[in-house]
Design a protein around this ligand. Structure first.
Ligand SMILES: Nc1ncnc2c1ncn2[C@@H]1O[C@H](COP(=O)(O)OP(=O)(O)O)[C@@H](O)[C@H]1O
Ligand SMILES: [Mg+2]
Length: 273
């Protein structure tokens, strides 16, 4: 199954109040591929993702889903095609894990439509895939940060959209759950052709898991393309103001960023990476 959806930002200007955060930004998300967005804190990654999920209306320019302006499409239609896991989602107080994950099915129901076996299956699959079935009856409030993050991912999975946008899906997760989530998203991409766009902070995981890497700086695209081409020491310097060495990852051949910093490396490296 492939789900070749197209998602594109065209000349978008985004901001809050009288502050413009992102300006004149063009991004074509490759359909059926995995895109990772990286960039320094506050450079506009979440702002861009919100606009692509229709939660923030551009001041100018547009976001196109399959060629149609997403801000003119009905909410439910968009929610059937495109799911978003926000950076800091807020759960209704006292809600249980299974109820929250079940809410992912809402876009599939008309006003009178009943819960079906397909809904049950989607929820069960999502719980299983995220290793949250065992905590399905617990209240979301009482979970650890990592458990809660996996529950939100389960909700996004239960929505079964062709496009999935995830804002820092690996936050709060220990290293093994980070890899689990990224492997799971890759399975989803390979098996169903789901188009995935995610903001990631770990450059090495971004380089390993993304087909297409987007580096943002100050509300603009600094570079976008194959991780092997985009993720260089020059990019890390320009985007994060950090000196580093970039070597091929011995396991994958993808770029591996080694930050330099001011300690623990040979003195001659410091200050002239
Ligand atoms: N709801 C909001 N209201 C006002 N300013 C905001 C809001 N959300 C984000 N910002 C500001 O927009 C800028 C970009 O934020 P964001 O897109 O969240 O950055 P990133 O995700 O790259 O860390 C920051 O300066 C942030 O303070
Ligand atoms: Mg953010």
């Amino acid at each position: 199954m492939t789900a070749d959806r197209s998602l594109e930002a065209r000349g978008v200007r985004l901001g809050y109040g009288d502050r413009v955060i992102v300006d004149e930004l063009d991004l074509t998300v490759p359909g059926g591929r995995i895109t990772a967005i990286v960039g320094a804190n506050a450079c506009g990654k979440s702002t861009l993702l919100k606009s692509m999920a229709r939660l923030l209306t551009p001041r100018s320019g547009s976001v196109l889903l399959d060629g149609k302006d997403i801000h003119r499409l009905p909410t439910k239609r968009v929610a059937r095609d495109l799911g978003l896991l926000p950076q800091s989602p807020i759960a209704p107080e006292g809600i249980t894990v299974s109820d929250l994950v079940s809410r992912g099915r809402t876009p599939h129901h008309g006003p009178l439509a009943r819960w079906t076996r397909a809904d049950d299956e989607a929820v069960a699959q999502a719980l299983d895939a995220t290793d949250t079935a065992a905590i399905a009856d617990r209240s979301v409030d009482e979970l650890s940060g990592g458990q809660r993050q996996r529950v939100w991912i389960a909700m996004a999975l239960a929505q079964q959209t062709d496009v999935l946008l995830l804002d820092e899906p690996t936050t709060f997760l220990d290293v093994s759950h980070q890899i689990d989530v990224l492997d799971l998203l890759t399975d989803l991409n390979r098996d169903r052709g789901t188009t995935i766009v995610m903001v990631l902070h770990d450059l090495n995981l971004a380089a390993r898991y993304a087909d297409y890497l987007v580096a943002m700086a100050g509300g603009h695209l600094y570079g976008a393309g194959d991780p092997g081409v985009v993720l260089t020491a020059e990019t890390v310097r320009a985007v994060f103001g950090l000196d580093s060495r970039v070597i091929p990852d011995p396991l994958t051949g993808r770029p591996l960023v080694l930050p330099i910093g001011r300690h623990h490396v040979p003195a001659e490296l410091i200050g002239r990476a």
